[in-house]
Design a protein around this ligand. Sequence first.
Ligand code: GLA
Ligand code: GLA
Length: 621
Amino acid sequence: MKNILDANLVRLAYFATLALLAAICAAPAFIIPAHAQQPLPAALGKLPLELGAAWYPEQWPESRWNSDLTLMEQAHLHFVRIGEFAWSTMEPSEGVYKIDWLERAIRLAEKHHIAVLIGTPTAAPPAWLTQKYPETLRTLADGRKDEHGGRQQFDWSSSKYREFCRDIVTRLAERFGHDPNVIGWQIDNEYANDSEGANTRQQFDDWLHAKYKTLDNLNARWTTSYWSQTYNSWDQINIPGLHRSENPGLNLAWREFVSDTWRSYQRNQLDAIRAHSDKRQFITTNMMGWFDAYDQYTVAQDLDLASWDGYVGTGQLNVEDNSARHDLVRGFLRKNFWVMETQPAFVNWSQDNNALNKGETRAMAWNAIGHGSEAVEYWQWRSALNGQEQYHGTLVGADGTPIPLYTEIQQIGADFDKAGPALAGTTVHSNVALLNDDPSRWAIDWQRHNKAFDPVAAFMSFYTPLHDAVRSIDVIPDTARFDHYKLVVAPALNLITPEAAKNLEAYVRNGGHLVLGPRSGMKDEDNSLWPQRQPGPLADLLGAHVEQYYALDETVPLSGDWGNAHDNLWAEFLTVKSPDTRVLMHYSSLTAGSTISPQPLRAGSAKVPSLILVPRLILSQ
Ligand code: GLA
Ligand code: GLA
């Protein structure tokens, strides 16, 4: 019940905004021929829509493979992802390579008209490797080393580990880079864990040195005179992981370093694959929706294809939430993407691993396609008889025969086969863009000021009603090209770099319509406060600035051109500087004892009518 109420409140929240925007946005187009938008990735498999599963042939006797592939073919599955996590089978001891079994699996799949995507096995190093070269094990924030037996226990910055990755990936690429039945590569699996040992720290120092050039520059940009933080030598700068609550400039620099380190970790494998493979084989990695340990645009930029793992976990499919994540991932490279993993009915890692309802798995698959995915892959085909994920949803049971969901998957596969040709070469077209900025999300999360202010929830409070109204939304970074959008909305764009400010201003000056949400334009590219009030470098354009922001502990009413409203989370009132700026809403009557005095709240400038600051509004009806 609570969820329903919350959702309705959120829908109401921006109804007023939407009324205003209705005039701006013409009727949306949904799917248009791709050639009218951006080009599609080179070659994405054999069919326009792909259905597949994660398959682990190394976990089974070869005599079983044919039955598995037969059942897959009968379910209209057209690809399998194999190989990721199979390093100990591919290289059972140092320098001893056994990859003929992969060749046999690929050939057998081919007989069943099933293409293969190879996952590089580097998310799970074999025991001999980390035992003999302990420097390849990740160092946890408290200084302890991770251990063998799980996965992602490697140090992503270790040159030794990267050598081993390059070696095994080169061998795979040499063998399968021209294989006609191999359609692409997935590098590693769900990059997530950084490492915080001496090795990483040295690299972080080097990275800071390269970025800031001099310590004087770094000290000035981080205002390290605050609390005597001034650095006299680079090696005095700690990894913030050790203290967590650090100078915001250091926090941001660390996350950027983490992002660049994942990028170079990935580049190491990417170069090895590219050196030995046909161009038609795409290279991707499976990312994770809103996951924010690194900047996803930084990591995605070198890939041919963006892909992600979309799970519901506990509960049922939340269409808006799921759609926003698809749109986010489509925005990484601004083109169609793949759903590289999703749940067959249920997972094993959530609080309550309930199964999706009948038909819901099918609805999820089509929601992905509707938002620009070209493939849906189920994790996984069958559970290993032992290992940590015995309870996860699958398509066949422990006995190797179909479970009840199999029929639904078969139906999805048949649908995909039928609809595929009609959708081939299409992509999503949107008139409205929402901006996502990972540094802004980090900065707010580090200093929420109101603990209920979740930056993703702030994003969704705009996304949900807009998605309801126009159906098709692009989610893009603030440095993307905006000129073809009728409306650009920046929810909680806390950090505005000079480059982004220029981009946003040019869009508005050329007649674009920009809406800035709360907490926008407070900080710069070092996570320092702009020396102007919000929206910082856009204040002149608005003809107004934020006089004061407030984390609310009570409900504050508002009224004006958009009707009556209230908010209970965040307020910002404005001082209007330009005579041309039009105020649309005011804080109205206030409860006794409030520190907020009645003030003009939001302004749209008549001179530049298309830049509007909007509050969180919950309409009173
Ligand atoms: C304490 C400290 C100050 C400052 C304030 C903030 O009183 O002494 O330096 O941090 O808290 O409330
Ligand atoms: C992640 C991983 C998979 C598997 C699934 C289970 O997405 O990438 O290897 O563990 O979770 O839901």
